[in-house]
Ligand binder design. Sequence first.
Ligand code: AOF
Ligand code: ZN
Length: 360
Amino acid sequence: MAEPLDDATMARAVELAAYGLGTTSPNPVVGCVILDASGAPAGEGFHARRGGPHAEVVALRAAGVRARGGTAYVTLEPCDHTGSTGPCTEALLAAGIARVVYAVADPNPVAAGGADRLRGHGVEVEQGLLAEEAERVNAAWLTSVRLGRTHVTWKFAATLDGRSAAADGTSKWITSPEAREDVHRLRARADAIIAGIGTILADDPLLTARPPETGARREPPLRVVVDTGARTPATARVLDGSAPTLLAIAATTETTLDAGLLRLPYRPDGLDLHALLRELRGRGVVSAILEGGPTLAGAFLREGLIDRVVGYVAPALLGSGRAALGQAGVSTITGIHSLVYEEVSLIGPDLRLIARPAPK
Ligand code: AOF
Ligand code: ZN
C-alpha cells in the first residue's frame, strides 16, 4: 500500500543512484534509502563501483538495527544472485526489512527474481514507483542489458539555425567555454567517446574527458575511431597514449598502425555499426558519447542506434555552412526522426537540449 513518504524517498534514491554515473560500469547505477518502522530515515547508499557493495548493502549497513521492520526503497529490483557480492535479497531478509519498494525490474536474467524471493518470505513488495525517473538515470545500463549493445548519446554543438561550421569549414568556438566544460563532464560519465575518421583528419581532436573538477572515475573513457580504411595518421592526437584508443576498421583493411584494432564487417554503406556496438558492449562499454561528425551521426541515426541526443545550441546564426547532422535516411516527411525533449537548460549563454527518440 502506498505510504505518504514513498515519492520523496524514492526521489532521494534516484538522486543517490546518479552519484554512481561514470564509475560503476559495467554495472548499473543504483540508489537505496531505508526508513525505519516509524518512517524516519535510517540509512542510505548507492552503488559506487563494480565489485563494491550494492546500494542495498550500503544502506543496510548505515541503518544497522533500525532496519528491522522498516522499508527499503531501491531504484532497481534487488538482486537474487551471488556475483561479485552476495544476493541483496538475503541481506534485506537478514536485516528484517518488512517492505521493499523498487522502481524498475532487473532485466539481467542472472540477477532477476529478487521480488519473488522476497514475497516468498513474507516481505511486502511494490514495483514501479518513479519508474520513469529511475529508468532515465540508469538508461545506459538498462539499454545495454535489454539490447545487448552500448547505449549511444549523440552530442552536437550548433548555432540556433543548426549549423556546426561556417561555409568555409571554420568551426572553432561556436559554443561557450561553459558549454565546452559541460561536454567534458558528459564525456567523463561515459565509457567511450566515438568519432569518425573525417573528424580525426579535419580537427585532430584529443577525445579525452577533461572536466574542471577531478571526478571519482577510475579509467579514462575509451576513444573509438570509426575508420574503415585505417586512415588515422600515426601522429594523430587520439594515438597519444593519454587514454586507450580503438580503431574500428573493415575486416579486409590491411594496416601497420600500432593501435588497438577492432575488425568489423563492411556493408555497402559503411562499417556494421550494430556489430560495433555489440563488440563494445562485450568489452564492458555500457555508454558512449558519439561526437563528430555529421556523416557518422547520420549513419547511426539511420540504423536506429541513437538513444539520446544532447545538443548545445549557441545564440548565433550562420545561414549557410555545414549542418550539424548529415544524411539520416529521411527523404520525405513521414520518415522524420521524432524525439521528445527530456530537459532544457541554459549553460552559460548556450542552450543545452536533451532529447530521446519518441516512443513508436
Ligand atoms: C550493482 N549494484 O547496487 C545492484 C545491482 O556483479 P555483481 O555481483 O555486483 O552484480 C551485478 C548485478 O546485480 C547487476 O547486473 C544487477 O542485475 C544487480 N543489481 N548491481 O552493481 C547494485 N543492486
Ligand atoms: Zn544486489
